[in-house]
Design a protein. Sequence first.
Length: 143
Amino acid sequence: MSSNSLQWLSLVAIIWLQSVSGTNTNFPAYSPELKKLLSLSQVELNNLAFASDAGKLFGFFSGIAALYLPLWLVLLIGSALGLVGYGLQYLFITHQISSLSYAHIFSLTVLAGNSICWINTVCYVVIIQNFPSDRQVSVGTNH
């Protein structure tokens, strides 16, 4: 396979990866169920929505990790964070575990929100490496 084909294949793979990870759209999908199960007020639910976004504030850790770790490991860490963060909440919503408090859910939501940073870091690094002359376009800057 030619180098040019591999570049474009990596772009397609990254688009798929970001599409299936879906972590930016997950919280709104299951938040009504959390509200009902935990008998949350709207303010408490809003705080959980903030927690999902606040997880992204720690995205610099994924950037630092990408400097020192192989990209497959950075992707694995992001996947694990998402699996734990969203997975435990899923188990709670489906009544397979029943002992999660609001503080637990808040922490899991921060963790889940942070997972997309790790995945996006890998995506950006791969695209920048594969399209060096178009790196500004690939990361959304147009200087």
